[in-house]
Design a protein around this ligand. Structure first.
Ligand code: GDP
Ligand code: GDP
Length: 455
């Protein structure tokens, strides 16, 4: 490194920064209008259009990346969903429940000007049962005079209320310091069962693609309920299922079963659920209805899994209903609509007839293997050396930026850091990614490529 003009400390820092595993997850929960979305905007340090959203309007995006004091984590915002047929208490409880379940720590937001309401108390009960670390945010304390309102919230029994003005930023720094103390370095879900435990699969997809049918078909009588959720629902959340001679943990299967008919906010509720399932899983099996056009919603679900850095399998269901013409058009649609994930293994199944069910497990295993692949540094650099020699970066402004060396900083998914003598264009990065895939496989996994340029 040193002879290539990089300071050893920079190199080590870059590798460490790129090599982080999955990030810990923080959920922000509370009643409507207490300021959750405002707080999330403050935490992520930019203004997403979350506060302007009207009730009932689809909002797919529920997780954001954030950084505080040099530590990165994810934030799940539950602030986009108003109220549904369940009534206010049940809806707040239900959304909090999903968010809490996927989280490593929780910020519970209360409006200090209003004080604790019955709905707040209901959320407190959920938080107690879940046993996750909680930071209590007494919001709307815009000035000194509001501090006494905040102190009343000691009565919730969640420890110290942190007086905050999400709107103006007052107190948010202190609160975030508290959050960092509550958050584990790495998500418990991911590393808790890393050695030898069943692999965690999220079966996701838009409504009516056949998720519950597929689950019933593959699970048969072998379903084992592994945990009862704390709180409002009687549904099991994760199930152990025997498949292909192995035990798999299908996460969040309660979301797959139909339990309530939601109207308002149903889309948002579904994306929160999907995001929660993806967070808990190692591999996402995205189910699509092969008889139906690939929709924006399908694409968003795929993107969610990719952005979360999970292994990915695409399963096209209802194959029994396809005629030749539809099969032809489906292939074209896959090329145009799912061109970003050509690396994902694909299975064409029918939950009704059982067609190709036996191909599901090999596809999942392939994706997980890709996800965990580690390329030794020597092999990587031999490959990069050849690549740079045979396909040099185009000359720009009389200079030719070169990749000098690289290393794989992490797995799950594979993360690479390349060190270069000058700015590497996006097209060339994509070329490298493509060649990396050709050379080393990485089937079924997103890969991250970051480039450091010598000063
Ligand atoms: P959510 O429904 O919990 O996500 O709440 P929002 O973030 O949408 O905020 C609800 C309302 O409270 C908005 O009008 C915000 O501008 C306002 N609000 C949020 N935080 C504060 C705050 O710290 N102080 C004051 N005065 N108003 C706030
Ligand atoms: P979910 O909302 O994704 O859980 O979808 P469901 O499992 O409830 O299935 C939605 C509808 O599609 C139901 O009417 C199922 O009977 C039907 N369905 C599911 N899988 C198949 C399949 O492989 N072939 C056919 N023809 N219909 C299917």
């Amino acid at each position: 490194a040193a002879e290539e003009g990089f300071d050893l400390e920079d190199v080590e820092g870059a590798i460490e920064a790129a090599g982080h595993g999955p990030l810990p997850v923080l959920a922000v929960v509370g009643r409507p209008n207490v300021g959750k979305s405002t707080l999330v905007n403050r935490i992520i340090g930019r203004r997403e259009a979350v506060v302007e959203d009207k009730p009932g309007v689809t909002r797919d995006r529920v997780t954001y990346e954030a950084e505080w004091a040099g530590r990165r984590f994810k934030v799940v915002d539950t602030g986009g969903w108003e109220q549904d047929v369940l009534g206010i208490d049940a809806s707040v409880a239900a959304q909090a429940e999903y968010a809490i379940e996927a989280a490593d720590a929780v910020v519970f937001v209360v409006d200090a000007k209003v004080g604790a309401t019955d709905t707040d108390e209901a959320v407190v009960r959920l938080l107690r049962k879940a046993g996750k670390p909680v930071v209590l945010c007494a919001n709307k304390v815009d000035g000194q005079s509001g501090e006494s309102d905040a102190s009343y919230l000691w009565s919730l029994g969640l420890g110290e209320p942190h007086p905050v003005s999400a709107l103006h930023g007052r107190g948010t720094g202190d609160m975030l310091d508290q959050v960092l103390e509550a958050l584990p370095q790495a998500p418990a879900q991911t590393f808790g069962t890393a050695v030898g435990g069943p692999r965690r699969v999220a079966l996701i997809g838009r409504p009516n693609v056949g998720k519950s049918s597929l689950l019933n078909k593959v699970a048969g009588e072998e379903r084992v309920v592994v945990n009862e959720i704390a709180g409002t629902t009687r549904d099991p959340v994760d199930e152990l299922i025997q498949l292909g001679g192995k035990t798999w943990k299908f996460v969040d299967t309660a979301g797959i079963r139909k339990r309530v008919h939601l109207q308002q906010g149903a889309d948002y509720y579904a994306s929160l659920r999907t995001a929660a399932a993806v967070e808990k899983a190692e591999v996402a099996v995205v189910l699509l209805d092969a008889a139906d056009s690939i929709s924006v919603q399908d694409q968003r679900i795929v993107t969610m899994a990719v952005e979360a850095g999970r292994a990915l399998v695409l399963a096209f269901n209802k194959w029994d209903t396809l005629d030749e013409e539809r099969r032809y058009y489906l292939e074209r649609e896959i090329e145009t609509e799912l061109g970003q994930v050509t690396w994902a293994p694909r299975v064409n199944v029918s939950a009704h007839t059982g067609r190709h069910m036996e191909k599901l497990v090999p596809a999942i295993e392939t994706a997980l293997a890709g996800w965990e692949t580690r390329v030794p540094t020597g092999r990587l650099n031999a490959f990069l050396g050849e690549l740079v020699a045979s396909h040099p970066h185009p000359v720009r402004g009389g200079k030719q930026p070169r990749i000098l060396f690289g290393t794989q900083a992490g797995t799950k998914p594979p993360r690479f850091v390349l060190f270069a003598s000058g700015f590497i264009e996006a097209g060339y990065r994509r070329f490298i990614e493509r060649r990396l895939r050709e050379e080393f496989g990485f089937e079924g996994t997103p890969i991250h490529l970051s480039v450091r340029v010598r000063e």
